[in-house]
Design a protein around this ligand. Structure first.
Ligand SMILES: [Zn+2]
Length: 463
């Protein structure tokens, strides 16, 4: 067979045995990185002031920054006011459609995406070729570290169209040199089946990993497909089990920095690409960094992009770890602790919905084939936390008679609850008490009673 022609769209070839994708940057000495950040930060400030980019230039002038020379080190960022999602929304609303925060003419860009809009109206993100290159190179560092190599077959089920996430992931895989199988998000069982059947024909070398992994397992079981035949396995991302708080900080959202960092699996957190971003955990009341290892607001300043963001506060929890990592990378590591909007407050305890999920996962009967649950956002602090969780799949427990049940959350198990179901609910209550220290009221529903999502499921409901 003829060899494919040399790449013009892709990066230079690497020796598959080399340990890092970009050793010059990933192993750079700290002083060098700090100096590079300062140079690139000044360039960003210059384009904000010269552009001008009104949304950011107003913030700079508020902080008394009138020239890039006013920035002597990255530490000076603490004087620059934070910019939040709502600022971007307001800007787009007052000067539609692009707002006053663009660094480039939209017609010099090659890609557009909107945010998911899960926390308010979506905003528009634009990328030039160079911006995409920064993302693709960043992703390449992460995947190389995880053992991916060009020539492998990979798959994903990210949403597409206006939401830019799926295109970004596909593009980054292609750039890296992977053969990409993009299946639809498993919003319905039929769509999940399309993915499963295709994977049985073209089995990915890297098993599917994503928010909807559980959905594919669930539908495979319904169809009598052996998950391994479709290449499915329950395999986590390295580094997720390390440390006892937070997840590796792998993304700062498509609107800011899709591939901000990646875990090495040797110590907690994700190595942050510091040459392309200043990532801070900030106390929003002072604008200053919180001490290392403590939770603050995730604040990102992107560097060396055509379309940048300056002091963008994602309103998510982040902690920075600076001690050297045994893997040899010299960059700081970031931990992610969830969105502040998703923090639940109940009986005096604050916790993330993911912590509730961890608690429920310890109850075997509700965790298989996949954990499906909902929690009602607590309004009265002292009331028990209301949790709904689906019981085992039909057939796996003969005592659960769910025939004739209606669709929707009211499709609970029949009254006169069998002892087995009550015991299951009690085990969930005990798990929530043990992990979160709160009292819960757990209702066990029939399998399939809760709505399914092909991407991120909505776990917190209002009633
Ligand atoms: Zn490391």
């Amino acid at each position: 067979m003829q060899e494919a022609k040399a790449e013009v769209l892709g990066p230079a070839r690497r020796d598959p045995e080399q340990a890092f994708w970009d050793p010059a940057m990933q192993l750079a000495d700290r002083e060098h990185l700090r100096a590079l950040q300062c140079t690139r930060l000044r360039a960003l400030i210059a384009s904000v002031l010269d552009g001008p980019v009104p949304l950011f230039s107003r913030k700079l002038l508020d902080a008394g920054v009138t020239s890039p020379r006013d920035i002597t080190s990255v530490d000076d960022l603490s004087h620059v006011p934070l910019v939040r999602k709502q600022d971007l929304r307001d800007s787009e609303a007052s000067v539609p459609p692009w707002g006053e925060y663009r660094f480039t003419d939209p017609r010099t860009c090659v890609r557009l995406g909107t945010s998911t809009g899960t926390t308010g109206s979506p905003t528009i993100t634009l990328w030039t070729r160079h911006d995409l290159w920064v993302e693709y190179e960043s992703a390449a560092r992460n995947w190389w570290r995880m053992g991916y190599r060009p020539g492998m077959i990979v798959t994903h089920a990210h949403p597409g169209y206006l939401y830019g996430g799926g295109m970004m992931l596909s593009g980054a895989y292609e750039y890296f040199g992977l053969l990409t199988v993009w299946v639809p998000p498993p919003d319905t069982d039929e769509l999940a089946e399309q993915g499963l059947r295709f994977w049985m024909k073209v089995k990915p070398d890297i098993p599917f990993m994503g928010f909807s992994t559980g959905r594919f397992f669930e539908v495979a079981k319904k169809l009598g497909i052996e998950p391994a035949d479709a290449g499915l396995e329950m395999k986590g991302i390295p580094g997720f089990g390390l440390g006892n708080k937070g997840f590796p900080l792998m993304t700062a959202g498509a609107e800011c920095y899709s591939f901000v960092g990646g875990p090495c699996g040797k110590s907690p957190g994700a190595h942050v690409h510091e040459d392309w971003a200043v990532v801070q955990a900030v106390d929003p009341s002072t604008g200053k960094d919180v001490p290392d290892g403590e939770w603050g607001n995730l604040v990102v300043t992107t560097l060396d992009r055509d379309n940048g963001l300056l002091r963008y506060d994602l309103e998510e929890a982040c902690a920075i770890l600076r001690e050297p990592c045994p893997c040899g990378e010299t960059t700081i590591r970031g931990l992610w602790g969830g969105r502040f909007k998703d923090l639940l407050l109940c009986q005096g305890k604050r916790f993330q919905v993911s912590e509730l999920e961890t608690a429920l996962r310890t109850v075997r009967e509700v965790a298989r084939p996949v954990l499906e649950y909902q929690v009602v956002r607590p309004l009265q602090e002292d009331a028990p936390l209301v949790v709904r969780v689906e019981g085992p799949a039909e057939g796996s427990s003969p005592s659960l008679n769910t025939s004739g049940a209606q669709a929707g959350p009211e499709r609970s198990l029949p009254s006169g609850v069998p002892g087995e179901v009550r015991a299951m609910a009690e085990r969930c209550v005990a798990a929530v008490r043990e992990h979160l220290g709160v009292e819960a009221n757990v209702e066990v529903l029939a399998r399939g009673a809760l709505p399914r999502a092909g991407y991120k499921a909505n776990r917190v409901v209002d009633r």
